[in-house]
Design a protein around this ligand. Structure first.
Ligand code: SF4
Length: 404
């Protein structure tokens, strides 16, 4: 039986609801340089495959914001930009199209900067997480409370909320993380008494597993069992895929999330898409229905990037030149006419469920499938060019906005 939940307001990060009774979501953060677009996207897809609902990427410099302009339209999940000390990076990240921001009140302290970001976020309807961190608490609060106290962390969040209020911005979620489990638990308890904004839970700098896993689980699950928390992140010194898996498994263990059927992921589609991704994904969802096939299946709009972006999926299909390219764990296995894409997905999913991934790859003529995919990929690149998402235009705006 799932524990009763505290009532919070609901916000949306992209299409993902947070708070207000929505399923508790799992977040993680990429550890690539955000300017490395392909490397970051591969990690985002791996995180989505591991059950991550929302991914955060660092936005610490202009090149990172420029990378976000290319990443956001190709990401399967909403992207939050993590802002460090420069408020201009928050403005640049919004220009790049991110679905959320994280601001640390201990790092950006000038009221005019905070209000400039909140005003822009209000106009663009981009939610912000007020991410208080015990280790980077505003020195004035540190002095007032004689150290990192739960009260100091809550007051820091409230100060930031007051600045947001001044400009009429309330699309907010809040975290009060610390590396000490008792401290963060107490800070969240106090915070939940004074606000109904959704809360993002985490034990910061929990360290490598297994101790890091234990600390994060202790803090997050204590609060979840008290009904506190709307979205969670494990902060581990490890491959972020481990964070996503841990988050997912914790929610399943607490009866807060369930997965039994096909987990269908689909790219959001972008200027490169060769098919109506929404239509194919909906038809695939309908074809799989409630069948007990515990596989992850990807529907990708193009063969240029699809198989690589979704290489962690058990099975996927990517469109190219009126054909569907099937792939298993990122390896091309077959080509089918476009109107047979969904049927082919179902057939291969049944085969994999019965015989396994290795048998599917062994049965396929992977060399031929890869040759055909390469042919369609080259044809698409030749006809569409490299910048179908007009990222270059956004990058020009970001450079203008962040030029000092
Ligand atoms: S159409 Fe291709 S590049 Fe665009 S999001 Fe889908 S898979 Fe990625």
């Amino acid at each position: 039986m799932a524990p009763p939940r505290r009532t919070t307001r609901q916000i949306h990060v992209g299409s993902v609801p947070i708070g207000g009774g929505a399923p508790i979501t799992v977040q993680s953060m990429t550890i690539t340089k955000t300017a490395d677009v392909e490397g970051t996207l591969q990690q985002i897809y791996a995180l989505a495959a591991a059950g991550c609902d929302i991914v955060r990427c660092t936005c610490n410099e202009t090149e990172a914001a420029e990378g976000l302009a290319e990443i956001v339209p190709r990401s399967p999940v909403p992207i939050i930009a993590d802002i460090h000390h420069q408020y201009r990076m928050a403005l640049a990240a919004m220009e790049a199209g991110v679905q959320g921001l994280r601001l640390n009140p201990g790092n950006i302290r000038k009221p005019e900067h905070i209000k400039a970001v909140a005003s822009e976020a209000r106009d663009r309807r981009v939610p912000i997480r007020i991410g208080v961190n015990g280790g980077s608490l505003d020195p004035k609060l540190y002095e007032k409370y004689g150290g990192i106290a739960p009260e100091a962390m809550v007051e820091s969040a409230q100060q930031e909320l007051a600045y947001f209020d001044e400009v009429g911005f309330d699309l907010v979620k809040i975290s009060v993380k610390a590396s000490s489990v008792p401290l963060m638990v107490e800070a969240y308890r106090q915070l939940s008494e004074v606000t109904d904004h959704p809360l993002h839970l985490g034990v910061t700098e929990a360290g490598p597993p297994p101790p890091g896993l234990i600390k994060a689980t202790a803090g997050i699950s204590t609060l979840l069992l008290e009904g506190i928390g709307d979205t969670i992140r494990y902060s581990l010194t490890a491959d972020p895929v481990e964070e996503a898996k841990a988050g997912r498994q914790l929610l399943e263990a607490l009866g807060l999330r369930e997965r039994k059927n096909v987990d269908l992921i689909a790219c959001p589609s972008c200027g490169r898409a060769e098919i109506d991704v929404i239509d194919v994904a909906e038809r695939a969802m309908a074809a799989f229905g409630e069948r007990e096939l515990p596989l992850q299946v990807a529907v990708m709009g193009c063969v240029v990037n699809g198989p690589g972006e979704a290489r962690e999926a058990d099975l996927g299909i990517a469109a190219g030149n009126k054909r569907g390219h099937l792939f298993v764990k990122g390896r091309n296995i077959a080509v089918v006419p476009e109107d047979e894409m969904v049927d082919a997905l179902v057939e291969w999913a049944e085969f994999i469920d019965e015989h396994g991934i290795d048998a599917a790859i062994a049965k396929a003529d992977t060399a031929k499938a890869e040759r055909e995919a390469a042919k369609d990929r080259s044809a698409l690149l030749a006809s569409q060019g490299a910048d179908v998402n007009h990222a270059d235009e956004k990058i020009v705006h970001i450079r203008q906005a962040t030029a000092t």
